[in-house]
Design a protein around this ligand. Structure first.
Ligand SMILES: [Zn+2]
Length: 224
């Protein structure tokens, strides 16, 4: 008996392996000849290890959900700003005087308000990133051929061999110095297409604290 869901997976293997999944269920991989009646004693033996792993997963930072409702706070360049929703004649979004103002019609659905908010985020990401690329351009001999904003699951940016730069729109929720690090990182790929020592030296020249910013993305990036 255990207080969490357990998945028993039989496969051609010699030993028992235990894994705690992100949904907190426990996966026990066992050899084909394993007797199900032995499961309890295994769970007993690993009880301490399993609860430690479950605690680790429970304390991982959670992905922040963007809620476009009056009074909700949304992150913009590392700070939280309130959303204000007002009724007007046409759909409009603007970031003024420390609030994200969404103007909607009385008939606008929740779904359409979310779309408006997301469209604003992507547009603002483009605006900020374009201006930061322009800001750092004087420190490079080559220019990017294209800048685009994308929804990327596991990357913050990329640079193609034709010097086309792609950035994750979610960067606009991070502090500016972290966004700048990603901009500098991708622009340095216009010099070196790899992650060699020479590449990192170019990054460090333009962002002496790049290791801190890289760490921020690894630790906090999952919450964006
Ligand atoms: Zn890279």
């Amino acid at each position: 008996m255990s207080e969490f869901p357990v998945h028993l997976v039989k496969s051609r293997r010699r030993s028992v392996a235990i894994k705690v999944n992100h949904d907190l269920s426990v996966e026990v991989r066992v050899p084909l000849r394993f007797k199900a009646s032995d499961l309890d004693s295994i769970l007993d033996r690993y009880h301490h290890w399993i609860s430690k792993k479950r605690d680790e997963i429970l304390t991982l930072p959670k992905v922040r959900e963007l809620l476009f409702l009056s009074g909700e706070l949304v992150p913009i360049l590392g700070k939280d700003y309130p959303v204000v929703i007002e009724i007007g004649k046409k759909l409009q979004a603007s970031f003024t005087a420390g609030t994200l103002l969404l103007t909607v019609k009385s008939s606008t659905t929740e779904d359409a308000i979310n779309k408006l908010g997301m469209k604003w985020y992507r547009g603002y990401a483009m605006e900020v990133i374009e201006s930061r690329v322009a800001y750092f351009l004087s420190q490079f001999k080559k220019e990017p051929t294209r800048i685009s904003i994308k929804s990327m699951k596991s990357r913050w940016g990329s640079c193609s061999t034709s010097r086309s730069l792609n950035f994750n729109w979610k960067l606009v929720m991070a502090p500016l110095r972290v966004l700048d690090y990603v901009v500098i990182h991708e622009m340095c790929h216009m010099i070196h297409m790899d992650h060699s020592h020479k590449f990192w030296a170019e990054v460090e020249k333009r962002d002496p604290d790049y290791k801190l910013h890289k760490l921020w993305l690894r630790k906090q990036g999952r919450t964006l």
